[in-house]
Design a protein around this ligand. Sequence first.
Ligand code: 5GP
Ligand code: ZN
Length: 148
Amino acid sequence: MSTTQDCIFCKIVAGSIPAHRVGENEGALAFLDVHPLVDGHVLVVPKTHVGLVADLDDEAAAAVFHLARDVTRAQRAQLGAEAVTIGVNDGPAAGQVVPHVHVHLIPRHAADGGANVHAIVSTPATRSLDAVAALLRGAGDAGGSSGA
Ligand code: 5GP
Ligand code: ZN
């Protein structure tokens, strides 16, 4: 397992610093965010050090999302979450502070006064959907070429 010596989340995975661990599978660990936005704010990380989602291998990507799914079930069942915001600050420009991939799982309630993902940027889109789709098309094993 690769780690970086100064990565706080690698240290949590290794158990060399404490965290409130709430779940794990072979490739991922879930623990409480030390500065929770709400009760039950959980982070899910790959057990191997990876900085960006783009650099996750298939196994780590699957492990992280499977564990995220399982944690949301517990947040709904045990904490009464009505919904969950699932988010990754994927790179410094997106607000990533800890350079080890982590999925925020934030329990939500209709009256919590929060916003949705549409609130995270304020500059408008400028290119046509056709132009952008042409640039991005091809992602995924199936090629992503069907549809409009
Ligand atoms: P980012 O902005 O990188 O997406 O968020 C990093 C998150 O990690 C923050 O919400 C922060 O509270 C959390 N965090 C930072 N250091 C620690 C730590 O040592 N332990 C835990 N449990 N969470 C941490
Ligand atoms: Zn790390």
